[in-house]
Design a protein around this ligand. Structure first.
Ligand SMILES: *Cc1c(COP(=O)(O)O)cnc(C)c1O
Length: 401
């Protein structure tokens, strides 16, 4: 059996097929390409997978890297799936569970997409990756490019989290800070690489393999639940890769016969300051429209117009899910409340999902008996400014109460 059962790439709009063994960008109609596998040829069983090392490469048959020698790894994957009984009680959803992506290299789930994307780019002979980012993706791709011995060109808004620019610099990436949003950075990157040899535009969904790395979150959740799906899954949605990827994973798991039963209801969570997917969902539209002045402390989900918006909306509607927006005030309160209840400091994007659980429970969309998985996409440590500490300093010969 082959290390990878990758068969071909498929246009997400037209279904047209493309060769997977050359460097590819978008399809002819400008849509993302999705990797398809010969799932019938996958003979490994869940029991055998359980004996493999605890990283995302345990699912290598359904990942795109053909030669194990090309795997670029920093030990990503198999993050904890934590039960949150105390916080669940507070929200009226006792069966609340968190998939905690704060525990991957670089501190955000972006490491998954970078590990698989960089590995496959190197396998196909790409010399440098180039991307716009809201920070975390750039930090991750810079790290994996360094590990692979490849170059990385990263452009991020000057307002992106400070730590992410330091991660790019320390790993030797070529970093540019842009006075604008991620879309502006994207235009600059796309133009720059027309003048450079050997670079690939690896912007969100513009290459097919980042999504493959992210889909392993879906495989892991199913495996960690004993090869079954939860009832509901909430995801903080920016570019939408994560939610599209988890949906793809779950369809593959059904087709592989590894999991039986209905897919979870998928919930796309955004911040009210930038909620194009939620607005499109509510309007019954198939695509989103960029808001005028997008802003939220949950910087990773400040994506005014996602290339894969139609795929997010499809995933939400096909699974009887929904899309909800929460205010910055509510998500910061949720971050604090969860940390006090369970001892875990999640990123503001993940916190948005916890606020959304409370909101959906109050609205009756969640009835309280469901098993609800929240994707926490990163650690709160990336966003130290979300918690302000203002304490007087005690003199050393003073006394504590
Ligand atoms: C990028 C990012 C998101 C959004 O992920 P998408 O897959 O692009 O929707 C959410 N949270 C964090 C911490 C991120 O870095």
């Amino acid at each position: 059996m082959a290390f990878s059962e990758l068969a071909h790439l498929e246009c997400s709009r037209t279904g047209a097929t493309y060769d997977a063994d050359v460097v590819q960008g978008l399809s002819d109609v400008g849509a993302p390409l999705l990797a398809r596998y010969d799932l019938d040829a996958v003979t490994v069983t869940p029991a055998e997978i359980a004996t493999r090392p605890p990283d995302l490469w345990r699912y290598h048959e359904v990942l795109p890297v053909r030669d194990p020698a090309h795997v670029v790894t920093l030990g990503e994957g198999m993050t904890p799936l934590l039960r949150l009984p105390r916080h669940g009680e507070r929200l009226g959803v006792p069966n609340l569970v968190m998939k905690d992506e704060g525990l991957v290299p670089t501190g955000a789930f972006k490491a998954r997409g970078a590990a698989v994307g960089v590995s496959r780019a190197r396998e196909l002979g790409v010399a440098g990756v180039a991307m716009p980012t809201n920070g975390n993706a750039g930090a991750a791709w810079a790290a994996y490019a360094a590990r692979a011995g490849m170059r990385a060109l990263i452009a991020m808004p000057v307002d992106a989290p400070q730590i992410t620019r330091r991660e790019c610099v320390v790993t030797g990436a070529e970093l540019h800070l842009v006075d604008g949003l991620i879309g502006d950075a994207g235009r600059l990157v796309a133009e720059a690489i027309t003048r450079r040899e050997g670079y690939q535009d690896t912007a969100t969904l513009k290459e097919p393999y980042r999504i493959e790395g992210k889909k392993t979150m879906g495989y892991e959740i199913a495996e960690q639940l004993g090869w079954r799906f939860p009832d509901v899954l909430l995801y903080p949605t920016g570019g939408g890769v994560g939610i599209i990827a988890i949906h793809k994973a779950m369809l593959e798991l059904q087709q592989l016969g590894w999991v039986q039963g209905d897919l979870p209801r998928l919930v796309a969570v955004q911040a009210t300051g930038c909620a194009p997917i939620v607005e499109a969902y509510e309007a019954g539209a198939e695509e989103s429209t960029a808001p005028d002045d997008p802003h939220t402390v949950a910087f990773g989900i400040t994506v005014p117009k996602a290339l894969g918006d139609f795929l997010v909306l499809r995933a939400v509607r096909e699974t009887d899910g929904t899309a909800v927006a929460v205010t910055d005030e509510d998500l910061l309160a949720a971050q604090r409340s969860l940390a006090g209840d369970e001892g875990t400091w999640v990123c503001p994007e993940g916190a948005a999902c916890f606020a959304a659980v409370g909101q959906l429970r109050e609205a009756g969309w969640l009835r309280g008996e469901e098993e609800v998985v929240v994707l926490n996409t990163g650690t709160g440590l990336i966003y130290p400014d979300t918690v302000l500490v203002d304490l007087p300093v005690v003199p050393k010969d003073g006394a504590l109460p």
